[in-house]
Design a protein around this ligand. Sequence first.
Ligand SMILES: [Zn+2]
Length: 78
Amino acid sequence: MPLTNTLTTFHIHVPVRVLLRYGDKRLGDIVTHPEGAEGARKELREMQEQGIIFLVCDSKCNNRKPDGSCAGHAEQDA
Ligand SMILES: [Zn+2]
């Protein structure tokens, strides 16, 4: 079994539809956008139209599923 000593970590992801319900301040705490909260909402709606359901709260995430959520990262213990 190759899974021994393998730990999978996941980045936190939030449903886009939940973010769209947030107020300006709360949304701004999670998403930063040059055009402010309205610009962020516009972009979130565009993501939804592309079938992206989740937004990962970490731009370093490099392993995302097609729905936008984190697919997990294997951290091997040496
Ligand atoms: Zn990730």
